[in-house]
Design a binder for this molecule. Structure first.
Ligand SMILES: [Zn+2]
Length: 313
């Protein structure tokens, strides 16, 4: 590569969250992740103007996975480029780009059974309508290990890293090992203080792959995930911080796995605890966060171990 490709984080506010997207300043400029419906017009446009750039220039929309806070703005961003940007997402998460209802189903299939909220379906439907800017087909359906050309000699390689969701991918700018992982590296989670992943075994092996095979020079995270002490890492990590964040993610996963498997073997108990049926797991991990606070990673993650345990036994 002749010259280094610059990366710029773009910030969009959303309630108690800040959403991060990243601008890759390639000959065909790319944006990694799109926030929610309002993010392109409200957050990205002004951030790009401050860089002396404009949103119309964007030619690639690279989605790390299918969650609403990452793809909600995809349709709106595509419109702002006059439809000239190509949208890429992995095939295992594409239903979440094609359909708002798929997000409601995700909730109804897993979290609903742990959360006592009779209005959940209605609330989830309203939220999907409000924060997803449009249902759409991708231009590029990622399967495994593609290389995308961003013009000139700039290429981005795609690395499937399932676990957080089945279709999570890492994008790596070739030649300079700048890596975007969305939510695939959770450390101790963000605001909820608990890491969220649907498939624990896949999450673990994806983290090992990132640690041992990619060894990023910079790691760009989808949220400012926190250390064990609750200190946010920020979203732009150097190589030492990247290895530390990946290792810490593996360490906390091992602790959760150990506690959860033991209590699964002993048998789960329904109690009136907000953490039920995983109250003893929460206690052992000293987790005191609100387990009902959306997106409720405590239940998503522990449900993943439960599912795996039933498949094994
Ligand atoms: Zn996510």
């Amino acid at each position: 590569m002749t010259r280094e490709v610059k990366i710029h984080p773009l910030f969009s506010p959303w309630g108690r969250f800040g959403l991060y997207s990243f601008f890759i300043d390639a000959p065909e400029p790319a944006i990694v992740d799109t926030g929610i419906a309002s993010s392109p017009a409200e957050g990205m446009a002004s951030s790009l103007e401050a860089l002396g750039r404009s949103i119309e220039e964007v030619r690639w929309i690279l989605l790390t996975h299918g969650h609403i806070d990452h793809l909600g703005g995809a349709h709106a961003l595509s419109e702002l480029t006059g439809g000239r940007a190509k949208v890429a997402i992995h095939e295992a998460d594409v239903h979440l780009l094609r359909s708002r209802r798929a997000h409601v189903d995700l909730y109804m299939d897993v979290r609903r059974q742990y959360l006592d909220n009779p209005h959940a379906e209605e609330e989830q439907t309203k939220m999907a309508d409000a924060v997803i800017s449009g249902e759409m087909e991708p231009d590029v359906l990622l399967k495994d290990g593609e290389t995308l050309s961003l013009g000139g000699d700039v290429t981005v390689s795609v690395h499937p890293v399932p676990g957080h969701t089945a279709g999570s991918v890492a994008y790596v700018v070739d030649g300079q090992a700048d890596m975007f992982t969305g939510d695939a590296v959770q450390v101790h989670g963000a605001a909820n203080g608990f890491p969220g992943y649907e498939d624990p075994a896949a999450y673990r092996s994806s983290l090992r792959y990132l640690r041992d095979e990619i060894r990023p020079r910079h790691l760009y995270l989808g949220h400012p995930y926190r250390t064990a002490a609750g200190v946010p890492y920020g979203v732009e990590l150097d190589s030492d911080q990247a290895q530390a964040a990946i290792q810490e993610s593996l360490d906390i996963e091992a602790r959760i796995a150990d506690a959860t498997r033991r209590h699964l073997r002993e048998g789960l108990r329904e109690t009136d605890s907000a953490y039920s049926p995983f109250a003893r797991v929460a206690e052992e991990l000293s987790y005191t966060g609100d387990p009902a606070l959306e997106p409720s990673p405590f239940f998503t993650t522990l449900h993943g171990y439960r599912k795996q345990f039933h498949q094994e036994s």
